[in-house]
Design a protein. Structure first.
Length: 373
């Protein structure tokens, strides 16, 4: 009973772990970009490191369970390598150069809503407007995105927490000044990147149905993503060899951390959870990363916490609860249907067995009668 309860909690622990990993990556990635890192090489190195680390594990651990590669699966993996490692990441990082951090954070929270909409259209997510659980999933997604917007766009009075200091407020506000020359262009690029992420999650969930080897799929996505990203970088940054330089600095830390956590582990763990819960469940927790960053920044960087952040965090928690409740009811319905099907199968089998016994008995009587004659 206890192990069954823990198994049910594993997906929740998994998505929360991913959000902690994403929050950490946001910090190291920002430090690397501030040092003038090219977003093209950032994506290439990040995915190349993930491919090199995960490929040996995939070759060894999944050698007996890896499905046969078909043309359809190959094309899907190529498209997966293009959607997130190349398109999504480059559009996202490029957009950050044209708009403010506020707009960037706000638009990133479009991912849960876009994923839910796409999953609904493609019938990967069950929605029945007559059921309360479907309303809970829809409104939970809306509330979660709204909470993230509140955290981003509304400040309010500063909370006088003992571990923060007053001088940081002026610094942070000056750093967040809009120096962007093309905010609309930046917002469009970030929005396109979010769409790429959502399409990636949808296609990943679909690919795992025919290619369930998660480690192998992760290694292949990162490999093809790195190769396609390299080709794109050579075309755009032709002759600029300085962007490929490596050193013992924040850039290298961001490459390694991003490759291990944000590409390799994230792709694999997301895939494992998607098999059971679907892509909507995974992306619904994305705004939680904002809460984690806000809390960690308050303790580690002594950033001040205001009423807007606290209110937004509470709204996010409420929205997540609604989504989790709706998904749990969906899961319960699936379990009940499975149990009923198994019971029906067990009821049919004895009936068939008894019919076979009657037929065999009749045949034996006929044979014995013919012997007497």
């Amino acid at each position: 009973m206890e192990s069954k309860f823990l198994n049910k909690l594993k997906p929740y622990f998994g998505v929360i772990f991913l959000q902690f990993g994403g929050a950490g990556f946001a910090i190291v990635a920002k430090a690397a970009l501030n040092q003038g890192t090219s977003h093209y090489t950032f994506a290439v190195y990040r995915n190349a490191i993930a491919a090199l680390l995960f490929a040996p594990f995939a070759l060894f651990l999944e050698r007996k369970v890896r499905p046969r590669m078909t043309l359809t699966i190959f094309l899907k993996i190529m498209l997966l390598g293009l959607l997130d490692p190349v398109f999504g990441q480059n559009m996202f990082y490029a957009g950050m150069n044209y708009t403010t951090a506020t707009v960037t954070s706000a638009m990133c929270n479009l991912i849960p809503a876009l994923t839910f909409l796409l999953a609904w259209i493609l019938r990967l997510e069950k929605v029945n407007f007559k059921k309360i659980r479907s309303h809970a999933k829809i409104w939970g997604t809306v509330v979660t995105v709204g909470g993230a917007m509140i955290m981003t766009l509304i400040n309010g009075p500063v909370l006088g927490l003992p571990w923060t200091h007053q001088s940081h407020n002026a610094t942070s506000s000056s750093n967040s000044t809009d120096n962007a020359q093309h905010p609309v262009k930046g917002a469009f690029m970030i929005g396109a990147g979010c769409l790429g992420y959502s399409l990636f999650y949808i296609l990943q969930a679909n690919t795992l149905k025919t290619y369930p080897a998660g480690l192998s799929l992760t290694a292949l996505i990162c490999t093809f993503g790195s190769l396609q990203g390299t080709a794109l970088t050579f075309m755009i940054e032709r002759g600029n060899t300085a962007i490929w330089a490596l050193g013992w600095n924040a850039k290298l830390l961001a490459y390694v951390y991003g490759g291990i956590v944000s590409s390799g582990i994230t792709y694999y763990v997301s895939g494992v959870i998607m098999k059971e819960k679907g892509p909507v469940f995974v992306t619904a927790f994305n705004p939680l990363a904002m809460v984690i960053v806000a809390v960690l920044s308050s303790f580690i960087l002594a950033e001040q916490m205001d009423v807007g952040k606290v209110t937004g965090a509470l709204v996010i928690v409420i929205g997540l609860y609604l989504v989790i409740w709706g998904k749990s009811k969906d899961q319960r319905e699936v379990e009940l249907i499975t149990q009923q099907q198994r019971k029906l199968d067990t009821d049919i089998l004895p009936t068939k067995a008894s019919e076979a016994d009657i037929v065999n008995g009749s045949k034996s009587k006929a044979i014995s009668g013919s012997d007497v004659v």
